[in-house]
Design a protein around this ligand. Structure first.
Ligand SMILES: *Cc1c(COP(=O)(O)O)cnc(C)c1O
Length: 346
């Protein structure tokens, strides 16, 4: 079991949450005069389900987890912020994360006045559990891991992840935003084995729905209850709930997109490896690839002139002269390669 008292802030554990009209009455009825809504303009006049029950039931079926282990947020940004806010006493507690990784963990920690400790991966971007554990002290509430990792693209070694899960007594947030593109199945099946594990997934990548802002967190129901208690009451609007609900009915579409992106990824990697300006193409389990080139800034600026935008990650730890390239359509990838061939031949 997990010791909620040691992980979460006392004010959060003791908080009496806002109780909305939709919380206080949930059954079927004919006339709703309880929420000061406009009686016209159905269905948009009504406040949405604060706990997104229908949508969660569908996600639960697809992911094969109990609905009570799911939290839905306004993107992954919301659960990242809520988990920090619920557990870390500003100015006192700290979080530990791998480096390099996704930038939002640090931003969310900084906003909450929580010290962020970065632990470097190896040269090959591998996770060293002992180094992460050594960086933790009695005020460390969260360890952030990301697998497949952004911007490196690699899937972290599961033995190393397991050692952290077993030996760290706070929360382990494992961000699996890119898991659909990986050859590994990820940690969702092991959720019940680790009461301190929080898995993040998203509709923004494989599902092709970055615009509707919908992120998922999966964890032990005791943790989910705390997140529900402190979120904004109607954090997921009706349009997003309905649109995601419809998308989930066509999981086949998502699978096809992923298959196409994986084929395009292999094609792009082979072409990149042949370029004179490319020094290394790092292994990837995601829908992007990290590439070390001879001069990242010049290549990046040249591509901008060609109206092709990639991400320059040169200033990131261990990523000197690296560009992060998202896998596009086959036509887009061809145009990128043509531009790079042209650039390399000058
Ligand atoms: C893209 C990405 C996300 C998704 O964030 P949303 O807020 O859900 O769009 C989460 N984590 C990582 C590591 C990402 O790269």
């Amino acid at each position: 079991m997990i010791n909620l008292d040691k992980i979460f802030r006392q004010n959060i554990l003791q908080l009496k949450p806002y109780s909305s009209a939709r919380d206080e009455f949930q059954g079927e009825a004919d006339i709703f005069l309880d929420a000061n809504e406009n009686p016209f303009n159905s269905p948009y006049n009504r406040y949405p389900d604060p706990l997104q029950r229908q949508l969660k039931n569908k996600i639960a079926t697809i992911k094969n987890v109990p609905p009570g282990t799911i939290f839905l947020g306004n993107g992954s940004d919301e659960p990242i912020d809520l988990i920090i806010r619920a557990s870390c006493e500003p100015g006192i507690d700290n979080v530990v994360a791998i480096d390099p990784t996704y930038g939002m963990y640090k931003v969310a920690a900084d906003i909450n006045h929580v010290t962020y400790k970065a632990v470097s991966l190896t040269e090959n971007f591998e996770l060293e559990s002992q180094k992460v554990l050594a960086a933790c002290n009695e005020h460390t509430k969260i360890v952030f891991l990301c697998s497949p990792n952004n911007p490196t693209g690699n899937y972290l070694n599961e033995n190393e992840i397991n050692i952290i899960l077993q030996n760290f007594s706070g929360l382990v947030v494992l961000d699996e935003a890119y898991i659909d593109f990986s050859s590994h199945e990820g940690y969702l099946k092991k959720l019940a084995d680790f009461p301190n594990l929080i898995i993040l997934q998203t509709f923004s990548k494989a599902w092709g729905l970055a615009s509707i802002r919908l992120g998922m967190a999966f964890a032990n129901p005791a943790i989910i209850d705390i997140m529900n208690k402190i979120k904004y009451p109607y954090n997921i609007n009706l349009l997003t709930q309905q649109f995601a609900d419809k998308a989930l009915d066509n999981e086949e579409q998502k699978k096809q997109w992923v298959q196409t992106i994986l084929i395009n990824r292999e094609w792009l990697i082979e072409k990149l490896k042949k370029l004179r300006i490319v020094e290394k193409v790092y292994p990837t389990d995601a829908n992007f690839v990290l590439v070390k080139v001879t001069d990242a800034s010049r290549t990046y600026n040249y591509l901008i002139e060609q109206k092709i935008i990639v991400r320059n990650r040169s200033n990131v730890t261990l990523c000197n002269n690296c560009l992060r390239i998202t896998i596009g359509t086959h036509t887009e990838n061809e145009k990128l390669i043509e531009a790079l061939e042209e650039y390399a031949s000058r």
